[in-house]
Design a protein around this ligand. Structure first.
Ligand code: ZN
Ligand code: ZN
Length: 125
């Protein structure tokens, strides 16, 4: 499943994709580039704004994509995790901290970042 990141925007109007209005939903054209419907419909002549390949208005494909922020519960849990890690980094940044404690926290942060990148989803643009 494709997931649109909250910061994903149309490359033409730079507006974020939303599903509140049909005009701002992401649509793909023949070359594979994605823009909001409104921009595709107002492009004259019908050339891709990025790669200048011709596209046909009748063959614009609406993309079925989930919003990344659909799950608010997960977002707040993530915030808690970040705050917890930041607290631990602050605790080990004192000069008397044994080195293994520092390594411990650093590797935990790296693990967390690694796990987070995996479920980031594909930014569609
Ligand atoms: Zn647009
Ligand atoms: Zn293109």
């Amino acid at each position: 499943m494709l997931i649109v990141h909250p910061s994903s925007t149309c490359d033409v109007c730079l507006d974020p994709y939303t599903w509140a209005t049909a005009a701002n939903t992401p649509h793909a054209i023949a070359c594979g580039h994605v823009f909001c419907l409104q921009c595709l419909m107002s492009t004259h002549p019908s050339l891709c704004p990025l790669c200048r390949k011709a596209f046909s208005r009748e063959r614009i494909k609406k993309l079925h994509i989930d919003r990344h922020n659909a799950n608010d519960a997960m977002e707040s849990e993530e915030t808690l995790q970040v705050n917890g890690l930041l607290q631990r980094i602050a605790l080990v940044s004192g000069e008397e901290t044994p080195e293994e404690n520092v390594i411990d926290v650093v590797s935990e942060v790296n693990r967390w970042l690694g796990a987070r990148n995996e479920d980031q989803g594909l930014v569609c643009n």
